[in-house]
Design a protein around this ligand. Structure first.
Ligand code: HEM
Length: 501
């Protein structure tokens, strides 16, 4: 037999590959440190199980994981290397504030932004970067930003008023995405994109932000091919994947803007904006961070992430809130009644005190999810204890906001938009623990305060000044149907559309 194999190199190669694959299969099924965890054998064998549910079935893996939990229990092995937990009480353990948590390289590499804060794998490097940025997003700093946020809401209202009585429906997520983009670009770069000036609210920008999420998910198991894709001429990639032109233009814009900021910083030191604020990247350049963390390549990747993370999520939450309120006029009226005594120009501090408005915001965040994808974390040094299980150190473990927000034991009638569930203060405090749109712990969203302030100001102002009428929009246009890193509704939806009366 051996002589035969040696005489035929192809047969030898095939035999070697078979032995290799068999060894991998035996390791994954019987010898891996997580071999004893329950779950489908196929998922334990290959990442193409995940690929099938993510890519071939177009964003169905999270829903399928929900089914696996019903069959196998609250902890399931969902891939050769990863466990998934579905238990609201475990969320704060996994997404810990204090214990080291690394991110999972397999998951992070598809962002193709290896130096950015959000993709930083090592816990300690992340702490260093994050502690430098945290003050920039504190409640106090966001309060200083209030006049800018309000000026942009005024502009949003003026632009929407142009559509008054024209009979032209508007998909509200487009102007809202222009608003959130202008806010975050103005705040981080000191010079906004001014997308609210675009005559048609530039729908392709919102499509691009959602489209890149698909690349994230669909290429994950073959992400080692990403360098090939990236090395291809941009014109060819854009031809293969229409819509990528805008992404490349956005990438170039971030690099150019960072190069300008860095050059000016080298020549003249940090530049303050007219209201005395320093832009975020000047602030990083003036900091005591190690020099490699101030490289233009790293800062350009962070700029890209800040803009895309801050724009789509917040705009989606606001447009879903507007839908739910107009879909149930009693809720709309109750909110208007609560807002009425505050007059024409209430401040953020006053808005934050309103129980029903707060309930509307939290319920909107709960049902728009932000990021639906599971977010794996690794406890690098210590085993994690979960019920009777011991999860070995170094194991990627994930949980999903989508499953948390539809846990009927926490949020009964979970698909119903019910702001009332947040109104009573003690109950709100209890429930907020399980509303994880911003995730939790050391890696939780840095823009949370900014997003909450934007939502409060935009919703309260639009309801005072604009008369909306829903146009050919049903609950299906806000009901999650696909998890492609971010939530997607049915693919042929035209979005939440309104006539301005
Ligand atoms: C409704 C609005 C928002 C939601 C639901 C949301 C959700 C999230 C979630 C779930 C994460 C964790 C991602 C992970 O673990 O990989 C995250 C991280 C992040 N978000 Fe947000 N986000 C929102 C708004 C914003 C805004 C306005 C900004 C702009 C500053 C922003 C910037 C970021 C950044 C930079 C990170 C990475 C933080 C880190 O790794 O330390 N987000 N966001």
């Amino acid at each position: 037999m051996l002589t035969l194999l040696l005489q035929h190199p192809c047969a030898l190669a095939a035999a070697a590959v078979s032995v290799y694959l068999a060894a991998i299969a035996i390791y994954r099924l019987y010898l891996s440190p997580i071999a004893h965890f329950p779950g489908p054998r196929l998922a334990a064998l290959t990442v193409f199980y995940e690929f099938y549910w993510e890519a071939v079935r177009n964003g169905q893996f999270t829903f399928h994981i929900g089914e696996l939990h019903k069959k196998y229990g609250s902890i399931v092995r969902i891939s050769p290397t990863e466990l998934h937990v579905n238990d609201p009480e475990f969320y704060e353990v996994l997404y810990s504030r204090d214990s080291p948590r690394n991110k999972y390289p397999y998951y992070q590499r598809t962002f193709n932004a290896p130096y950015a804060l959000i993709t930083c794998e090592d816990h300690f490097r992340h702490r260093l970067l994050r502690s430098q940025l945290n003050p920039f997003f504190s409640v106090a700093r966001i309060r200083q930003l209030e006049p800018t946020l309000k000026a942009l809401v005024d502009k949003l209202c003026r632009r929407l008023e142009e559509l008054k009585s024209t009979g032209k429906p508007i998909a509200i997520e487009y102007p809202l995405t222009c608003y959130t983009t202008d806010v975050i670009t103005d705040y981080t770069m000191g010079d906004g994109y001014h997308y609210l000036d675009e005559p048609d609210f530039i729908p392709q920008w919102q499509h691009m932000l959602c489209g890149t999420a698909k690349t994230l998910v669909f290429v994950r198991p073959v992400a080692f091919l990403l360098p090939l894709l990236v090395a291809m001429p941009e014109t060819l990639t854009a031809w293969l994947n229409p819509g990528m032109e805008l992404f490349f233009a956005f990438q170039h814009r971030c690099r150019t803007r960072i190069a300008e900021i860095a050059k000016r910083h080298r020549q003249y030191g940090p530049l303050e904006t007219k209201d005395g604020r320093q832009n975020l990247f000047d602030n990083v350049l003036s900091s005591s961070l190690p020099e490699q963390e101030k490289s233009e390549a790293r800062l350009a990747q962070d700029m890209q992430v800040f803009v895309s993370a801050g724009a789509e999520t917040t705009a989606k939450a606001m447009s879903y809130i507007l839908f739910y309120l107009h879909n149930e006029p009693a809720l709309l009226q109750r909110l208007k009644d609560e807002l009425a005594p505050l007059g024409e120009d209430p401040g953020l501090i006053e808005l934050e005190q309103l129980p029903f408005l707060t309930g509307v915001m939290l319920e909107g965040l709960r049902l728009s999810y932000g990021v639906t994808a599971r977010l794996p974390r690794i406890a690098p040094y210590n085993a994690l204890a979960y019920k009777d299980w011991t999860i070995p150190p170094g194991t990627p473990v994930s949980m999903s906001c989508l499953l948390m927000h539809h846990d009927e034991s926490v949020f009964p009638d979970s698909y119903r938009f019910n702001p009332e569930r947040w109104v009573e203060p003690a109950e709100r405090k209890r429930l907020e623990k399980y509303m994880v749109a911003f995730s939790r712990g050391s890696r939780m969203c840095i823009g949370m305060q900014l997003a909450r302030s934007e939502i409060l100001l935009v919703i309260s102002t639009l309801l005072r000044r604009i008369n909306f009428e829903l146009y050919e929009t049903t609950i299906e246009d806000v009901r999650v149907a696909h998890d492609i890193f971010i939530p997607f509704v049915k693919m042929d939806s035209k979005g939440v559309r309104f006539l301005i009366k």
